[in-house]
Design a protein around this ligand. Sequence first.
Ligand code: ADP
Length: 486
Amino acid sequence: MRVLHVCSELYPILKTGGLADVAGALPPALSELGVDSRILVPGFPAFMAAIPEKSLVASLPAIFGADSITIYASKLPDTEITIYIIDAPGLYDRPGNPYSDENNQAYQDNYRRFALLGWVAARFAEGIDSKWTPEVIHGHDWHAGLTPAYLKASELATGRKLAGSVFTVHNLAYQGVFPSQIFSELDLPNSFFSIYGLEFYGQVSFLKAGLYFADKITTVSPSYAKEIQTLDQGCGLDGLLSHRKNDLHGILNGVDQAIWNPSVDPIIEAKYSAKSVAGKLKCKTALQEMMGLTVQNDTPLFGVVSRLTEQKGLNLVLAGLNEILKRGGQIVILGSGDKSMEEAFKSAEAMHPGSIAVKIGYDEELAHRIVAGSDVILVPSRFEPCGLTQLYGLNYGTLPLVREVGGLADTVIDSSLENLADSVATGFVFNDFTASDYLRALRRAFALFQRKTDWKKVQKCAMQQQFGWDSSASKYQELYQEVAVN
Ligand code: ADP
């Protein structure tokens, strides 16, 4: 089975969020099952630099304002996975974030930049790599949303279906919506600009294109697959999604056990495992020292590693700081995003040094240290398609405190009395997106922390959870089998 993944981020080369982790982990997991998975990415500087040795696959005619378009292939460093890179310097050779300029403004020509990604993917189905043609093309998020549309256009033009298509929504809130005027530049049949196509309230939606034209749709947890069919969480696409519910599958993300695993993690202070958890205390002490927190073990240390956005519920974390301080706890926060939240956390740190530590920015190594050194990892999201941070917390015996929504609801079990009695608890779960519900969960965490034996039991149960990629990769493989064109 030959599958081409189409995406804009890929760990460890270029990452702004969980999409990169998935794109980096799923293809190798599929390869283990015998699926020949390859990856197509835009030629952002990070990709061009990380992969210096490339072989020429094809030169393509100018389109979407790119002067030259060259497709290269190579192996991803230290793997057998083939990566194809679209070298189109006029569109992609820009420093920094893949989507926005240094002022965090989305690039005006993003529709061209990501139209090219989907358009090139469809050319693969037509055979631009004479040695390898995909049977399935799997697009990820709105950046790859036009892929199924270009495949459909190609099918209409040739009268032949060239490849099956799967489209995965990693976050429905990011949709790639552009004014209708850009449609004429997309090189798609006029009929596609319709409610039965990529038109979305008079505009062009790349995400809707993916959802409408793909043979199968997936999203990253079973709960989120249901939630996005509702008015509340459908972001205007609930009608289409419930119409397509038989083609919509929720497949939980996994954890890359080679990277987020305390028994092999080279970044953290001391390695540890469910069998021997002693090293975790060393990680806590090292984190406290490094972040300027008072070094003490008899109080819980809460950790946050997150984009600072409305989605992630950081306003609840802000609202709960006093509760943590009042009970003698500590909190360490790593994140960047919303400027007013960054400032609010920084000023809280200034008022309570020793108890609150804040690092604004993106720091992969510190993320590992926080996940290993904290006692509780906070993920109180308003909505959460899957969430990886709570899965990393489980792996590291850092009990997740989460809201009961999306993938968080599917992966964490509350330390209620009955769940403790049944030895199934793995963290703390609250229901309503309100400060009072969140505070109650914080109090449960403090209460359990005092009961060392119970805490250790929950920690062990958390670390024994199996959120690897094997079973999820098999589910993707089954879907590929249903849609493959060979
Ligand atoms: P999302 O993709 O919505 O941001 P996920 O939980 O799916 O949320 O994935 C977030 C990923 O990004 C995790 O790997 C997390 O460790 C990482 N991450 C988020 N913020 C930061 C940061 N400031 N520094 C380092 N890693 C971060």
